[in-house]
Design a binder for this molecule. Structure first.
Ligand code: SAM
Length: 263
């Protein structure tokens, strides 16, 4: 199944139904981080940009922005939002594990647990290496990840979002043993007097902090800051997510014989 093919059709409205879109929730934190670390952002890439909400804001500030995502359907929505606006924004369908940009950038962002969509340590490492390649020397990489607490609290029950024109049922499952989580989505979308039913499936993986740090180190990043946070004011859980600020420290990968697996 092509993940996000059906979900893309209601993704933005689902986020609005829940409250504030994640890109708008994370933006003040991103801005504070950019200011705190004096990061000069003239160019950036939003990896797994989805429907392009964050990329649009950043391009609207005059930042040369790239947005990459694997889902054609999510990108279709992003492109529709950009149409007719003269923004320095390039959107392309690419896999974060091996993406390439026309020019190197000052900043890479990757938000809303997009990195949790990678299901193996090797995929995480490949992604970090691609990000490293995309950044200028001393460039920054800022991202969030779901913590175990998030999977335990939110990925173990069924949730329903109901709006006039759609109903979304998310049946979630998390297996702490394998670290794998799955959301089976059933979407009913109103078309005139009837509702159309579609299915989607999203799989995620919980990564240990040690795995993330090891992959970052092996890809040539230094962790500048890491904190746990909960961006959702309506949820009473602390530390649902981790927020990482990393800096490219080396243009070379570690020696080929360094052991990469495990943590
Ligand atoms: C939860 S959405 C987040 C989208 C956006 N960052 C946001 O904040 O709304 C996860 C996104 O990751 C994308 N994605 C999953 N695996 C990917 C991969 N290997 N390469 C690029 N994008 C991927 C999906 O297509 C989806 O758009």
């Amino acid at each position: 199944m092509n993940a996000y093919a059906a979900f893309a059709k209601i993704y933005d409205r689902w986020q609005e139904a829940l409250g504030t879109p994640f890109s708008h929730l994370i933006l003040p934190k991103l801005d504070r981080t950019i200011e705190k670390h004096h990061i000069k952002v003239e160019s950036m890439v939003d990896v797994a940009c989805g429907t392009g909400t964050l990329a649009l804001v950043m391009a609207g500030r005059g930042i040369r922005t790239f947005g990459i995502d694997l889902s054609e359907e999510m990108l279709k929505r992003a492109k529709a939002k950009v149409r007719g606006r003269n923004l320095p924004l390039t959107l392309s369908r690419q896999d974060m594990r091996n993406f390439r940009l026309a020019t190197r950038v000052d900043l890479t962002t990757c938000f809303f647990n997009s990195l949790n969509h990678l299901l193996t340590f090797e995929d995480l490492l490949d992604t970090f290496r691609s990000v490293h390649e995309a950044l200028k020397d001393d460039g920054y990489f800022i991202f969030d990840l779901n913590n175990r607490r998030c999977f335990k609290a939110l990925w173990t029950k069924t949730s329903v979002a109901h709006q006039e024109d759609f109903t979304l049922i998310m049946e979630n499952h998390f297996d702490p043993g394998s670290h794998l989580a799955r959301a089976s989505l059933t979407i009913f979308q109103r078309k005139g007097k009837t509702f159309w039913r579609e299915q989607d499936m999203i799989q995620e993986r919980w990564f240990l902090d040690g795995e993330v740090r090891r992959a970052l180190r092996n890809a040539g990043f230094q962790v500048v800051e890491k904190q746990n946070f909960n961006p959702f004011s309506h949820l009473p859980f602390k530390g649902l997510k981790s927020f990482w600020v990393c800096r490219k420290v080396s243009s070379r990968y570690p020696p080929a014989n360094e052991k990469l697996i495990g943590c």
